[in-house]
Design a protein. Sequence first.
Length: 98
Amino acid sequence: MALTHSLLAPGELARQVGNNARETRLAQNLSRKTLAQMAGVSESTIKRFESSGQITLDGLVLIATALGATRQIAELFKHEHPLSLEEIKQTGRTRGRK
C-alpha cells in the first residue's frame, strides 16, 4: 500500500486520532469512565484507543457520537466536488478504475 498523500504511517495516524480523542475528552472535562458509559463501550476500550489508536469502527463511531464528533466521521471519505471552472480544469479527466 503506497502512502503517497500522507506523511504519517498507518499506526502513527491511528495514534494521532486516539490522541485527538483524548484531547477532546479532556476539553469536555470527561473521565474515561464517564465517556465509556456515555459511549456504551468499556473503559479499557477508551484507554487502548487513546494510547494506541486501536479500535473497531463501531467503537470509533460510538466514541465520536458521545464526544459530538459525528460530522467528522460522516465526512471521512466524502468526495469533494470542484467549486469553480478553474478547479475543474486543474483536475483533468480520468477514466476507468485504477
